[in-house]
Structures are given as C-alpha cells and as structure tokens.
Design a protein around this ligand. Structure first.
Ligand SMILES: [Fe+2]
Length: 248
C-alpha cells in the first residue's frame, strides 16, 4: 500500500506581545499551547505542519518568538503563510529559525501543496500579487500530471458571513478562472475565517481551517465568537484527500 501523508493545519493563533493579554476574552497564547499539546499527543506520524496565517494578532516581534517557543517541541518542519494580522516581522523572524521551512511547494507523494502569500500590508483583505500568480502558474504548468492542493490565508470564495466576506481575497476571479482550467487542482485550504467550512466547487473543494484561538459563529452579521479551539487534519493518499476538524 502506498504511503498516506498527514498534514496538520494550525491557523489564526493571533498571539499578542504579552502572553497574558486577552483577545475578545480569549487568551491566544494559552489556547495555542493547548492546541499544540493535543497535536503532539495525537499525531506522532505527521509529515508536515502548515500554519495558515495570523500567527500574530498585533504584529509584535514578541508574538513571533512566542510562536517559535510553542511550536518547537513538535519537532516537525513547520511551513507557513502570512495573514492580514501578521506584520513584516514574520518574514525575518520565521526565516531565521532552523525548524521553520521556507518551502512553498511541498511534495506529499502524488500531491503538491502550494503555499500562496496573499497578505497586503496594513489591510484586512488579501490580494494575489503578480509574483504569486506567476508562482502558481509555473507550478501548475510543471505539475499538470500531479494532484494539487493550494493553501492561502484569505478565502477566495464567499462563505456567507458578511463581516468575514468583506475582507476576503479581492482578486480571486482571475485565480479561480485559472484554477478551473487545471482539473488536477482538487483542494484549496484557507485560514482567516475562524471556523471549518467545506465548499464543494465544480472542480475542487475549498476548506477553511479551525482557528486555534476561537471560532467565529457561522453567518454572523456582528462579531460573535464560539469558545472552541482546535486544528484541522489532512490525509493525502494516492489521488484522494481526507480531512477532519479537531476540537480540543
Ligand atoms: Fe485573518
């Protein structure tokens, strides 16, 4: 039997400069700590961890050092993309850490997982830049006979939650039109939404990951949170993938 590849998606930890500070009544540091402990206890056979943005809630240098200290015991290579709450510190601090991977094209057997940077400095919404569009174009052209999953922070399709949809990926039409021409793109994974959604599209599935700090209530018109923390597990096997949202 061919190998099954396991990827753990951790998302939206929103860590703050002071470990004791709260965000909407939740302690982001303590919640990420609990999530990482659960991952460590239940997943000794992971192939990769992807952090899908908003590591930091305030963009502080300290928040990234808190992240590195918490994630280090997992002893696994952590791949990442930035979110709208991340600052430019993320690029330097994570790149300098030896257990953080800079790879944006991860090979998982017959799958390629592409990581796209959609961050726009100081804006909540996301954009695919020309550089990122070129990256995904080249990767798809080179891997037309392989299964493709794409991860990005901002959701490219509305999830019917007005406050969240207001700050989604702004230029998703071009990306989605391009992806639809490549039938081997089977999965898109995002963060940002703070809840698990699975939206079946014509050719692929869009799934948003469970946030580690708190969830937003589905279809909210004003800020409403749920006191649930967790992460999302992906298994890639031959031409299929399986996912499971895990609340701790
Ligand atoms: Fe976000």
């Amino acid at each position: 039997m061919s190998k099954i590849y396991k990827v753990i998606q951790i998302s939206d930890s929103h860590l703050l400069k002071d470990k004791n500070d709260l965000l909407l009544g939740y302690n982001p540091y303590e919640n990420l700590k609990k999530v990482i402990s659960h991952v460590q206890e239940h997943n000794n056979n992971m192939d990769s961890i992807i952090m899908t943005g908003d590591i930091s809630g305030d963009g502080s240098i300290e928040s990234y050092h808190h992240f590195l200290a918490l994630i280090k015991p997992l002893q696994s290579k952590v791949c990442w993309i930035p979110g709208n709450h991340d600052s430019s510190h993320i690029y330097k601090i994570l790149t300098e850490s030896f257990f953080i991977s800079s790879h944006k094209n991860i090979i998982l057997g017959s799958w390629n997982l592409l990581l796209l940077d959609t961050r726009v400095a100081k804006e909540k919404y996301g954009i695919i830049s020309k550089e990122q569009f070129d990256f995904v174009t080249e990767a798809l052209n080179l891997n037309h006979d392989r299964n493709i999953a794409i991860a990005l922070h901002h959701h490219p399709i509305k999830i019917d939650s007005p406050l969240i949809d207001h700050c989604m990926l702004q230029n998703s039409d071009a990306l989605l039109a391009f992806i639809k021409k490549h039938k081997n793109v089977k999965l898109m994974i995002c963060g940002h939404v703070h809840n698990f959604y699975s939206l079946q599209q014509e050719c692929f599935v869009l799934q948003s990951g469970v946030a580690s700090c708190f969830q937003f209530k589905p279809h909210m018109t004003e800020i409403e949170t749920e006191d649930k923390q967790g992460y999302t597990e992906y298994l890639f096997h031959d031409n299929q993938f399986f996912s499971k949202e895990i609340y701790i």
